[in-house]
Design a protein around this ligand. Structure first.
Ligand code: SRM
Ligand code: SF4
Length: 580
């Protein structure tokens, strides 16, 4: 018997404009939350229903998380100023840089959502399709372009962003046309808008229409994709966007100093569920080579393959990675060739040498400077003497740099004039932010997902305990005589993998409160999956267990060998068990 479609499929088919009852809920002041199907529909609008899990014992306090769209992590200063203002007015006072180069607002109450989302749009960004069964934020290298290649890759990332945006008009009619900004906030937004007088780059092209004149999305149809879809770009040798973990990746190929096209990667994805063997993390396959001119046609065809072949009967098994794994790479190449009318030529050689963000000052090609800043767990906030949020607002207002969010949750301020460097440094230091310049090679490479108290899926802590854990791992490194050595450590509060622990040198995956699966053996280049070394390790035992391995590594490693590479080959793995 055929498996039935999931509930989400019927829901999308019934309301293909994704409007749900969102407008009616917003108009009813007695409601403090979205419910029923709307909890799914709002995701397509970049909104997640949440509640403060610290407070559950005394009853649920509802709020939402809102995620912005920032292709390549690019945020103009005028936009940043609006976000800063909005986070204080309507959210919990922080801005969270995500592992896909966007910003998240947490703790937004029902009455503030309209003002927040309309203002984000007025500031020339959007929240459309940053969640839901569609193409999400497109990642791209975060360092400012040092040559024409970087400029071209940014252009292409924006082009594919637009091509893969859903064409629904409900988003704009609810959040843009349907909201009048409150007094005060309207002025701030208008001020920022005046200095950025361009069209919104995230406005979707108009929909097609069917015979009856009804709007039709030419790519997503009525039921969109079976599941989320993620696209990224990388420029070798830096794999800062962790390209192999994307559903679809474009690796820049340069010949004679010119971008000639991309190698197409398909089928990466990390989310799993504990105990569900149908689910697993997977790195993307290299499919073939495409020219820049083919980008939109190929990108759309890959998305259409997911649309047509992804599993719509089980949301845990619905990503395109399962199509690749189960049907095979050759099947995929043939399917793509049929849709394009010709097979793709073989991929060109490329090599990744690392993926770390750079901290401190660097000169751009145009003579201006950029500053790489460490943002602990991506959280832009003021806390005690550490006043990062105030400092960044002051810098944005005074010097107007372009903000570039990195895929490791850090921040680059770019396009800074030489004569402003010392003033910017002083603002950061005066606000207690000296650590941003030089965090060291564990903190600077580390990543943790938000988990508790906002994430409804968290099984264990992550962001809140990560800094203390990393400090202990640094101590363990020092005790083993390998202080300050680069190490990619990533932690998540559940197996969904939002901070990409599955290809880290050390990955920690929440299993239950205070317990983590300890994964080892990914590499610094992000091209190898880690394997589970021990399950359900107590938080306090992690530095001890890893510290013992650091000692063996210090004794046994070959010259220049990274921890992840050593442990992948070392005789430290439990013997495989034979199935009964
Ligand atoms: Fe994620 C769901 C946070 C990147 C795999 N992710 C969630 C939700 C929305 C929880 C929920 O569904 O209720 C989390 C919100 C927590 C909160 O309170 O903010 C959440 N994911 C994040 C962010 C903020 C983590 C971070 O530390 O920065 C990242 C936002 C990215 C963005 O701006 O778009 C984020 N999520 C990722 C990544 C990494 C990546 O894309 O590079 C992954 C693994 C790669 C992948 O997609 O396979 C990831 N998130 C998931 C999954 C598992 C999907 C699956 O295939 O099984 C879920 C759960 C789901 O979709 O049902 C999830
Ligand atoms: Fe939430 Fe799990 Fe993602 Fe962490 S990994 S943010 S706990 S869904």
């Amino acid at each position: 018997m055929e498996k039935p479609l999931t509930k989400n499929e019927f829901m999308k088919a019934e309301k293909p404009d994704l409007s749900g009852n969102i407008q009616a809920t917003l108009a009813d002041p007695s409601l403090d939350r979205f419910s029923g199907d709307d909890e799914q529909f709002i995701k397509f609008h970049g909104i997640y229903q949440q509640d403060d899990r610290d407070k559950r014992k005394t009853g649920k306090e509802y709020s939402v998380m809102v995620r912005t769209r920032q292709t390549g992590g690019i945020v103009p200063a005028s936009q940043y100023i609006v976000y800063d203002e909005l986070s204080s007015l309507f959210a919990n006072g922080t801005l969270r840089i995500t592992s896909r180069q966007t910003f998240q607002f947490h703790g937004v109450l029902q009455k503030g959502i309209g003002n927040l989302i309309k203002s984000i749009n007025e500031a020339l960004s959007s929240t459309l399709a940053t969640c839901g069964d569609v193409n999400r934020n497109v990642t791209a290298p975060s360092n400012p372009p040092v040559d024409s290649i970087g400029v071209a890759v940014d252009e292409d990332a924006f082009a594919i962003t637009r091509a893969l945006l859903p064409r629904t008009t409900a988003y704009h009619s609810i959040w843009v046309d349907g909201v009048s900004l409150d007094l005060g906030i309207g002025e701030t937004v208008a001020k920022a808008r005046a200095s950025a007088d361009q069209a919104n780059p995230y406005m979707p092209p108009p929909a097609d229409s069917d015979d009856s004149g009804a709007p039709v999305d030419p790519l997503y149809g009525k039921t969109y994709l079976p599941r989320k879809f993620k696209t990224g770009f990388a420029i070798p040798p830096n794999n800062d966007t962790d390209i192999f973990t994307n559903d679809m990746g474009f690796v820049a190929i340069v010949e004679n100093g010119k971008l000639i096209g991309y190698n197409l990667l398909v089928g990466g994805g990390l989310g799993t569920s504990h105990g569900n063997k149908l689910t697993y993390p997977r790195l993307a396959d290299v499919i073939g080579f495409i020219t820049r001119e083919q980008l939109i046609a190929v990108g759309s065809a890959v998305v259409a393959i997911h649309r047509d072949w992804g599993d719509r009967t089980d949301r845990k098994h619905a990503r395109i990675k399962y199509v690749l794994q189960e049907k095979g790479v050759e099947w995929f190449r043939n399917e793509l060739a049929q849709r394009l009318g010709a097979p793709l030529p073989a991929a060109k050689p490329f090599i990744f040498k690392g993926q770390g963000d750079a901290f401190g000052w660097f000169k751009q090609l145009d003579g201006q400077w950029f500053l790489g800043l460490f943002i602990e767990t991506g959280r832009v906030k003021d806390a005690g003497d550490y006043k990062l949020k105030t400092a960044l607002r002051a810098i944005a207002e005074k010097f107007g740099p372009v903000f570039r969010l990195t895929a490791t949750q850090n921040l680059i301020l770019s396009d800074i004039k030489e004569e402003n460097k010392s003033a910017i440094e002083k603002i950061l230091k005066d606000h207690g932010c000296s650590i941003v310049f030089n965090p060291g090679l564990i903190k600077g490479r580390g990543m943790a997902c938000p988990a508790l108290p906002t994430c409804g899926l968290a099984l264990a802590e992550s962001e809140r305990i990560f800094p203390a854990l990393l400090a202990k791992l640094e101590d363990a490194q020092a005790a083993a005589g390998i202080a300050n050595e680069e190490l990619v450590v990533r932690m998540t509060g559940c197996p969904n993998g939002c901070a990409r622990p599955y290809n880290a040198e050390i990955g920690l995956v929440g299993k239950a409160p205070g317990k983590y699966n300890l994964m080892l053996g990914g590499n610094r280049e992000g091209t190898r999956l880690a394997r589970t070394w021990k399950e359900s390790v107590l938080l306090d035992e992690i530095p001890v267990a890893v510290g013992e391995l650091f000692k063996q590594y210090a004794q046994q490693r070959k010259s220049g060998q990274a921890f992840g590479d050593w442990v992948n080959d070392a005789a430290v793995w439990p013997a495989p068990t034979t199935p009964a």
